[in-house]
Unconditional design. Structure first.
Length: 256
């Protein structure tokens, strides 16, 4: 008499192998269909928790890293990811030393150099401040005389930056951590920061940033702004790869 438990385990193994076989073969077929290279050099810059280097393993990880890697696998491509300071990563990708850069917002200047994917994540900017300070705001004018620290490399609301008189752009490899450090040392009255990033850094450094809080009110548009991967227009077949990436992204999202 056949043991039902053994038969069930055998059935599960066969099903699992079949699914894996189908997935692997569909990926191979996709790569053959488009004749894309099996690997692509991809640039990024640290922006935890979206993309950052794990201190224990040295691997580049994060929400966007995991998504980009899986979506590329869907078209038979393994991304070889390098993490660089943003300006260098951006410059090298524009000159096609890298096929693509992830992840950042769109603007007209960047669209001259990149084919942008569909949105892969979203960001939203908030004002962070020391809990001991007596700051409140309803309109930008309420903040105009305060000292603001902000990252030079990002697209913040232009009306906000125009209103603030005392503003200091910062360009640092670990920009958000550096801005938070300057804030707790009272170099600034406030900083503007992507909310997921600064909350992540505060959580990771609870003692250092224990006195930092934020206004639960976004700067600029109320809805989160989209983050994308940009494919260098100088890279061979960049537009085709972008289109295939979007197809794979749509499939990936629909399975979630």
């Amino acid at each position: 008499m056949i043991n039902k438990e053994i038969l069930y385990q055998y059935f599960v193994k066969i099903c699992s192998f079949s699914i894996l076989f189908i997935l692997v073969n569909s990926t191979v077929l996709y790569a053959k269909k488009y004749n894309f290279p099996s690997t692509l050099p991809i640039a990024t810059a640290s922006f935890p928790p979206f993309k950052f280097r794990d201190q224990l393993t040295g691997k580049i990880v994060g929400f966007d890293t995991e998504l980009v890697t899986e979506v590329f696998k869907g078209i038979g491509i393994t991304p070889n990811i390098d993490m660089l300071p943003f300006k260098r990563a951006d410059s090298k990708t524009r000159m096609a030393e890298y096929a693509a850069y992830y992840s950042f917002t769109k603007n007209k200047e960047r669209e001259k150099y990149y084919y942008f994917s569909n949105a892969i994540s979203s960001v939203q900017d908030f004002i962070f401040f020391n809990k001991s300070s007596n700051i409140s705001w309803t309109i930008y004018e309420d903040l105009k005389n305060l000292k603001l620290g902000y990252s030079e490399k990002y697209n913040y609301d232009k009306n906000f930056l125009k209103t603030i008189k005392n503003k200091f752009p910062i360009l640092h490899e670990n920009n958000e951590f550096h801005l938070l450090s300057l804030l707790v040392n009272n170099r600034f009255d406030m900083i503007i920061c992507e909310v997921s990033v600064c909350l992540y850094l505060i959580k990771q450094n609870p003692q250092k940033f224990k006195n930092v809080s934020y206004f639960n009110k976004p700067v600029g548009i109320q809805e989160p702004r989209a983050f994308y991967i940009g494919f260098s227009k100088k890279w061979p077949r960049a537009k085709e790869i972008r289109d295939a990436f979007n197809d794979s992204l749509n499939k990936f999202v629909s399975q979630k």
